[in-house]
Design a protein around this ligand. Sequence first.
Ligand SMILES: [Zn+2]
Ligand SMILES: [Zn+2]
Length: 273
Amino acid sequence: MLYLSRRVDFSATHVYNVAAWSSEKNESIFGRCNNRNGHGHDYKLEVMVKGRLNWESGIVVNTTDIKNIVNDFIKKELDGKFLNREHPYFMKNVPTSENMVDYIWAFLKNKFEGCELHRIRLFENHYLSAIRESDSLTCLTRKYHFCAAHRLHSDQLSTEENIDLFGKCNNPHGHGHNYYLDVTVKGKPHPETGMIINLTELDTIVERVVLNKFDHKHLNLDTAEFANLNPTAEAVAMVIYNMLAPHLPGLHKIGLWETEKNYFEYCGQDDDE
Ligand SMILES: [Zn+2]
Ligand SMILES: [Zn+2]
């Protein structure tokens, strides 16, 4: 099977509001997103299709066809619109990223000939994206940031072995990184709020459980988690997953960017622990 992806950008305005609720409740659940005059985003939409190679033409599907179908849809329905006021579906359903990705999935699902829709990913901004893949549940990924120092060193290896394996990262004084943490939750958007999880709650949990502990710290010296565990990025990803899992029932995946070049992912498989 081959996978092809096409990106389309658009801008739209929205507001998070449930008409049946009081303004106090709307404000407390949706925070700033509840501003009735609306706020906007430059969305990036990735549409991925899958199919088999046509040996005669050397293509799976003509990407111009994909482009035209997606562009027509975006132009007609979403680009430049105030979603809550102009789009029939989002007049009734809160235009959260989760609801939007599900709507786009349902619309595009049977529109392509010669290939099958595989995945829709919608970035609201650099820090928030929603994914719908095949017929599985919707995922929401929120990006967080922390800075920390660490030293790669294993007490179970000799000095020479540590230097051989970790090189300059074994510097006894440590060194630091700008870590970016992708927290992905999976679930069904709530029928009333359109959210898999309340973003303010998610932020509070990640802040309390992870960021307050690790941000601007020396992982080896300042945290109990790495007092006896070498804080490699893979270990940090796994530890963060295990720290968050009890607080986030829908936790699906932790992605950790140690640098822009090094990325690590952990989904909590039992056999890895
Ligand atoms: Zn927004
Ligand atoms: Zn490092």
